[in-house]
Design a binder for this molecule. Structure first.
Ligand SMILES: Cc1cc2nc3c(=O)[nH]c(=O)nc-3n(C[C@H](O)[C@H](O)[C@H](O)COP(=O)(O)OP(=O)(O)OC[C@H]3O[C@@H](n4cnc5c(N)ncnc54)[C@H](O)[C@@H]3O)c2cc1C
Length: 391
């Protein structure tokens, strides 16, 4: 079979490449960036995604590169009162078979690159922009900045501004959600001992929330702050903004948030606007399909966007294994539609839950929930490596 052509070497594209190569299916990955890498930010890996890394033989390396937090807590923005908890650590691993890991994105990305190259050394072509595709009865063609490439199928794993999606579903801009995101990272040793933590904390507050967790065995602490802003501010993950603006956005918050912001490098506070698309019910065109943010961009309010890309990747590889391409891609989409739509919808709903306008409504909203039971029942328990994919 001619290679499966993958647009984009992000977490989704690389996981798909690794899963396909491991299944004995040839791939070629095309990445527009001249060098491989990821931004300096953290990512949470819940069990549903962890099972894919275990399937790829990467789970122990992921664990070693990351941190295994003890608890997931929802906390009041100013007092730090704990509103809900989800046990992580050893109990979570015993229950789900894989740990809950927090990891630097660059470390995860490097592990995936190594895994792909161990299976096919020249699988990833850098500095090649993908522009479009053709799908025919016997094969597919990927249009790239270096000319057309023929393959058996095209996978658009090229993110929220996907060129493959634009051709397939129309070149409509992703919509601004009303929220901007700050990100910063702090060496944990710089923080006062009382603010060094081994937990994932979601700090909920009026019109904004923050997320903090350890990385690299606890050596780094990750800070993400999501703030409602009018208008359309700048739009890149790599746009540094004045530190004082980040500090002003979290004035009056818990001392741990204050300490993290105080210790953030003044020239490395990044802010960008979040964009989203409503879920669609078709992201496949013959021998071409989409995966990850290209198919179903997801707000980060459940920490599941990359997890969905990773689930997509292994399900896609399972569908393509030994099957003819158009039917396999249709089966993949069918197997992924309901779950990814649910994640998109519930992630968006978390914005209202986390950003209640005052303490009383925050307390009432969280008192009515059991986040551990909810997420255990349908989110963490899902195993994309073995789930029944239907006919
Ligand atoms: C603040 C924040 C926190 C998050 N935290 C989590 C978390 O804890 N857990 C989680 O699961 N998810 C999280 N997410 C979501 C997650 O980051 C994304 O869902 C995930 O990165 C999507 O992966 P992807 O491979 O689909 O797309 P991307 O990561 O966007 O990768 C796309 C790749 O395609 C390349 N590309 C784009 N266009 C072209 C082109 N024309 N030609 C060639 N290459 C191209 C890009 O350069 C890139 O390498 C978070 C998101 C945000 C914003």
């Amino acid at each position: 079979m001619a290679p499966v052509l993958i647009a984009g070497a992000g977490i989704g594209g690389l996981t798909a490449a690794a899963c396909l190569l491991q299944a004995g299916i040839d791939v070629q990955v095309f990445e527009q960036a001249p060098a491989l890498g990821e931004v300096g930010a953290g990512i949470q890996i819940s069990a549903n995604a962890g099972r894919v890394y275990r399937h790829l033989g990467l789970m122990e390396a992921v664990r070693a590169a990351g941190a295994v937090p003890a608890l997931y807590r929802f906390r009041m923005f100013d007092t730090g009162e704990v509103l809900q908890t989800i046990p992580l650590g050893a109990g979570y691993e015993a229950r789900h078979g894989v740990p809950y890991v927090t990891i630097h994105r660059a470390d995860l990305h490097a592990l995936l690159v190594d895994r792909v190259r161990s299976l096919k050394p020249d699988a990833i072509r850098l500095g090649v922009g993908v522009q479009g595709y053709e799908s025919g009865p016997d094969g597919a063609v990927l249009q790239t900045s270096q000319g057309p490439v023929a393959g058996s199928a095209v996978i658009g794993a090229d993110g929220v501004r996907s060129a493959i999606r634009a051709q397939m579903l129309g070149n409509t801009p992703a919509e601004y959600t009303g929220d901007c995101v700050w990100r910063a990272m702090v060496p944990t040793a710089d923080l006062p001992p009382e603010h060094q933590t081994d937990c994932v904390d979601i700090w909920v507050g009026p019109h904004r929330h923050a997320v903090t967790y350890p990385l690299r065995g606890g050596a780094l602490t990750n800070f993400v702050g999501c703030v409602e802003y009018d208008g359309l501010p700048e739009d890149s993950w790599t746009t540094a903004r004045p530190w004082a603006e980040m500090q002003a956005d979290f004035t009056g918050w818990h001392p741990m948030i204050g300490a993290l912001i105080d210790h953030a490098a003044r020239d490395q506070c990044y802010r960008w606007s979040l964009r989203i698309r409503p879920p669609v019910d078709n992201w496949t065109d013959g021998r071409v399909t989409l995966l990850g943010d290209a198919a179903h961009p997801t707000l980060p309010y459940m920490a599941q966007g990359a997890a969905m890309a990773v689930e997509d990747a292994v399900v896609l590889a399972r569908c393509l294994d030994g099957a003819e391409v158009p039917g396999a891609l249709a089966r993949y989409q069918q197997a992924r539609l309901a779950r990814t739509s649910r994640i998109v919808t519930e992630s968006t709903a978390n914005r209202a839950l986390f950003h209640q306008p005052d303490r009383d409504r925050l307390q009432a909203a969280f008192a009515a929930r059991d986040m551990n039971a909810e997420r255990t029942a349908w989110l963490f328990s899902y195993d994309p490596v073995s789930v029944d994919l239907g006919a």
